[in-house]
Design a protein around this ligand. Sequence first.
Ligand SMILES: [Zn+2]
Length: 252
Amino acid sequence: MADDRWYLPQHATPAEERLHRKQRLAAGFRLFGRFGFEEGVAGHITARDPERPDHFWVNPFGAPFGHLRVSDLLLVSSAGEVVEGEGVVNVAAFAIHAAIHEARPDVVAAAHSHSVYGKAWSALGRLLDPLTQDACAFFEDHAVFDDYTGVVVDREEGKRIAHALGANKALILRNHGLLTVGHSVEEAVWWYVTMERTCQAQLLAEAAGTPVRIRDDMARLTHSQVGQPVSGFVNFTPLYQRIVREQPDLFD
Ligand SMILES: [Zn+2]
């Protein structure tokens, strides 16, 4: 991921920046609920705190994505303690996201859930191919965690996942699902939405025939056009506007 953040809104205080991130995070959960990315209690999106960079905001364990409000979010320390908010943090959320936020100081937000097309694709243990313009956002910018060892509950497994992610924007967790990261909550959520749909598109295309792959040099060019952090940020905007108009109680 290129580290170019000119497009991000400027905030006068860390408190304003925190509120901005928490509002996008709550909206991200509403959108994940809307898209049907929820599988019981699985799934988490996190946002780094602007003042305490080793702390992150996350959903409480067991809270429905579709009901999530800003006031429901938990602030979790690097030791896994809930230091603000009511509820408990999902053990897997902490194990995976703490390791990623630690390994990638450039990452503000990370998203993971057990959405159907992502987990179906993950069972193949393959990278996504550049089959469509949208898929090029992930060209040479995602990886496969080519292992599965049960529910991720310890920091060491989280570190292995963070290592597999490397400098990429996304990771396919084999036999598990997708994980995306961004320089903003907006970006991480959008990459998740479009990666899930990219998995769906490749599964459909391969079920129907033999897809034509975009040439590597064209895929690389297209990545520079649709795969930059600003693209993730901009593409989130209409989704955000829609969910805020439809479900303004997410700001509560
Ligand atoms: Zn999971």
